[in-house]
Design a protein around this ligand. Structure first.
Ligand SMILES: Nc1ncnc2c1ncn2[C@@H]1O[C@H](COP(=O)(O)OP(=O)(O)OP(=O)(O)O)[C@@H](O)[C@H]1O
Length: 255
């Protein structure tokens, strides 16, 4: 609900504290080619998991499966995602003909939707821009709107596919700080697909490396960042650490 302070008050989570994601032997493929290969994944409520992997390793396919956006993709396995989901993509995917607040509350039921939307915009630093058109906003501001659109739905699971990949380095750092703040406040479980090792280490509680549709490395973050970085680079097949570290493409793949 929106408070007098104009901020979104996180709804208390109801029900038993089961996992936010439970996947078992999850497989997906395209045209007979296996892309997710009997993958197991658990994500605890409120846990922030980053997914790294070479291009084509299956990260987005996994994210789409968790978002249940892959009904047309052949596959098998058990997937349980009990709570509300929200998805943020690399491009904000705002409707250009709808004002910012209308984008945030589109499809949201209830009389208080607009107040909640305005509070969410305030929370992402866009208070006062409710009537702007998406085309009047910078790329970073558009991603803030996308975050507000997710936030206002109070998701138990936030799925983000390279949400900051198209932003300049400084804007990306600002968005990291914002995402950390929003997550600390609202405590959704998060699965973030990224190509940026440093982003994964900076944001996540746990970092996974996916290769050929399987999880080949699963490490907690937060203690020894240098050791984690070295492990991740090893699993990604990067020999010399650079800063920032791009994930290599597979042979013949696109960056
Ligand atoms: N709709 C589709 N039809 C056919 N093949 C697909 C489709 N979507 C993905 N693929 C293939 O599945 C494989 C995994 O794709 P996916 O997008 O999951 O990889 P990714 O790890 O997210 O890659 P990137 O980091 O480049 O985004 C790739 O080889 C890709 O070409």
């Amino acid at each position: 609900m929106a408070t007098l302070a104009g901020r979104l008050t996180p709804e208390p989570r109801s029900g038993a504290p089961g996992p936010a994601v439970r996947a078992r032997a999850l497989s997906r493929g395209y045209g007979g080619r296996v892309v997710l290969d009997r993958l197991d994944l658990d994500v605890a409520p409120g846990e922030f998991v980053a997914l790294l992997g070479r291009s084509g390793s299956g990260k987005s396919t996994l994210l789409r499966a968790l978002a249940r956006l892959d009904d047309d993709t052949p596959g098998s396995g058990d997937l349980d995602v009990p709570g509300r989901r929200a998805v943020v993509f690399q491009d904000a995917r705002l409707l250009p003909w709808a004002r910012v607040l209308d984008n945030v509350v589109l499809g949201l039921p209830g009389a208080g939707a607009r107040a909640r939307g305005a509070a969410a915009l305030d929370e992402v630093g866009l208070g006062g821009r409710e009537r702007a058109w998406p085309g009047e906003l910078s790329g970073g501001e558009q991603q803030r709107v996308a975050l507000a659109r997710s936030l206002v739905r109070d998701p138990a699971l936030l799925l983000a596919d390279e949400p900051f990949g198209a932003l300049d380095a400084l804007t990306r750092l600002r968005m990291h700080a914002l995402l950390r703040e929003l997550c600390a406040r609202h405590r959704p479980a998060v699965v973030l697909v990224t190509h940026d090792v440093d982003e994964a280490v900076a944001l996540a509680d746990r970092v996974l490396v996916v290769d050929e549709g399987r999880i080949v490395l699963d490490r907690p973050a937060g203690t020894d960042a240098a050791a984690l970085r070295a492990d991740l680079l090893g699993a990604l097949g990067v020999e010399a650490p650079h800063h920032p570290v791009p994930v290599p493409t597979r042979p013949g793949g696109t960056p």
